[in-house]
Design a protein around this ligand. Structure first.
Ligand code: MG
Length: 256
């Protein structure tokens, strides 16, 4: 069942989502050759707790950390470790925060130092695909219009969309109905309506869409070893026009 949110609830959710965005801003500055993913995790946890939030992923189904840190061919759900980032790596930084009992969820994938131009293209195309999907998240459209727009943009670049993981509704729970696939034919699924809050999160592989989960039971990697990128925003459907992106830091609201 889709839990619609009131304006007041969305205002509360915005604080959690802003904290996610602010944590990303902090982490972007810290991603550099020589840093470990566990150091990034500690920075994220401290920042969230210092700003009145609770890390949403830590303890969720026994996930051990604040941050999902997914490097190179890791798609999502990488567990922070003593792994040292190296020049030319890419790292997905997926994190959530709980404030006032509501969740915010967001992800970015960033280069470590400078990366080869084809990798820049992967990152740009994945982020663009997310925004193409977000643009379809408007009243009157149907759920699959989001995934269709994402898939079309990704495949136009010769990349592939992961099927095994999808976006989701979000609110008092991290994962609520509906599921939001990043692929599909347009015009199917629930009609989008005011009060829906969705986490839209394409995962895009350079090679095939297949993934497998490592023995740690969390880390998903591309089956063919190709690179993968992941971007995510939490958005609220508006009475008209495109949705409000909640995972924006205050300084950046209105800029994009
Ligand atoms: Mg999510």
């Amino acid at each position: 069942m889709i839990m619609l949110k009131t304006e007041e609830e969305i205002a509360l959710m915005t604080r959690a989502a802003e904290l996610v965005a602010e944590t990303h801003q902090i982490l972007r500055r810290e991603v550099k050759p020589g840093v470990t993913t566990l150091q990034l995790d500690a920075i994220a946890e401290t920042f969230i707790r210092d700003h009145g939030g609770i890390p949403a992923f830590k303890g969720y189904r026994d996930f051990p950390n604040t941050l999902c840190a997914s490097v190179n061919h890791e798609v999502v759900h990488g567990i922070p470790s003593a792994r040292v980032l190296r020049e030319g790596d890419i790292i997905g930084l997926d994190l959530g925060a709980i404030v006032h009992g509501f969740y915010g969820d967001g992800a970015v994938t960033v280069p470590v130092g400078s990366v080869a131009p084809p990798i820049d293209t992967l990152l740009a195309a994945t982020e663009e695909a997310m925004y193409q999907g977000i643009a379809q998240a408007r009243v009157g459209n149907r759920l699959s219009d989001i995934g269709h727009a994402i898939q079309r943009h990704v495949e136009a670049h010769g990349f592939s969309v992961v099927r095994d993981f999808v976006g989701h509704g979000i609110g008092r729970h991290l994962h609520e109905d509906p599921q939001v696939p990043n692929y599909g034919r347009p015009g199917h699924g629930s009609r989008l309506q005011v009060g829906m809050v969705l986490a839209i999160e394409p995962m895009v592989n350079v090679g095939g869409p297949q993934v497998r989960v490592l023995d740690d039971h969390w880390t998903a990697v591309t089956r063919d070893g190709s690179l993968s990128a992941h971007f995510e925003h939490t958005v609220a459907i508006q009475p008209a026009g495109p949705p409000k992106i909640l995972t924006m830091s205050k300084e950046r609201v209105g800029v994009t």
